[in-house]
Design a protein around this ligand. Structure first.
Ligand SMILES: [Fe+2]
Length: 263
């Protein structure tokens, strides 16, 4: 399995606090069966790229320390970009494994900003592929899941968090993660790990959930095959996305009738 969303580099974001925590996370992930992981520290705005030299330095040191500790997991570098109207992908970290193609981006939790559709369009026609981080945790997608279908139709990909499939981010996030997979709208899995005790590194349990509900081939694509292609900068063939029918809300008259009839 390949974990494409982790906060394992110490001293650069709200992830691993120190080297010991970072190594503990990696050991946890390795025990879980993760063979490769992408370090994706938060980049909240263009100004945050000033941290780039430190992130690269600490990433290199993490690789050395992991090797010294006998950890076999392969480590790659990228970042998680907080979506912004002026975001560019011109920095070393911007695309995952520096292939110039795929980038991981998160939205504010409470909405999908209006500028995103246009921004994505601009990037997609320049052959950049957005991977939306944990859409199942976003209130905008929760209230209008059909928007996820529209994003994928237009060329974006989606990554769900492993803990969401296990209900660890709440029932609504779990339900939406299931709905998205059901409609062929999920392409990657990530742990979004921060520290071993809370928000740990692991994909295996979620992998099993996917196998049990949608079969081994879907699980392999989501947990390994697509990530392998992404790291190589290769294109990814995805299954045809299925539109999400939204539950129709009863009209005001229907509700009045129900009230009057006592049903
Ligand atoms: Fe994250």
């Amino acid at each position: 399995m390949i974990d494409i969303h982790t906060h394992i580099i110490p001293y650069v974001d709200d992830g691993a606090d120190d080297w010991a925590t970072a190594l503990a996370l990696l050991q946890q992930g390795e025990k879980d069966g993760i063979k490769a992981a992408v370090a994706t520290p938060h980049i909240l705005s263009e100004i945050d790229y000033r941290l780039e030299p430190e992130i690269i330095k600490n990433f290199k040191e993490l690789k050395v320390r992991a090797e010294d500790a006998g950890i076999k997991m392969k480590l790659y570098l990228g970042c998680e970009i907080y979506v912004q109207p002026d975001m560019t992908l011109e920095h070393t970290l911007s695309t995952l494994n520096q292939t110039g193609k795929y980038f991981l981006t998160e939205f504010p939790m409470n909405a999908i900003p209006r500028f995103v559709a246009e921004k994505f369009f601009e990037l997609i026609i320049a052959d950049k592929v957005p991977i939306v981080a944990h859409p199942e945790r976003n209130i905008g997608f929760m209230s209008k899941p059909m928007i996820a279908y529209e994003f994928v139709q237009r060329g974006a990909l989606m990554q769900v968090n492993a803990p969401s499939l296990l209900g660890k981010h709440g029932e609504k996030a779990r339900q939406l993660a299931f709905t998205l997979i059901e409609h062929n709208l999920v392409h990657f899995l990530g742990s979004d790990c921060h520290r071993p005790s809370h928000r740990s590194m692991g994909l295996r349990e979620a992998y099993k959930v996917i196998v049990d509900n949608w079969g081994t081939e879907t699980a392999k694509n989501i947990c390994f095959e697509n990530a392998r292609k992404m790291l190589n900068g290769e294109s990814i063939e995805i299954p045809e996305p299925i539109p999400i029918e939204e539950m129709e809300k009863p009209s005001i008259w229907k509700r009045v009738r129900t009230f009057v009839n006592g049903r």
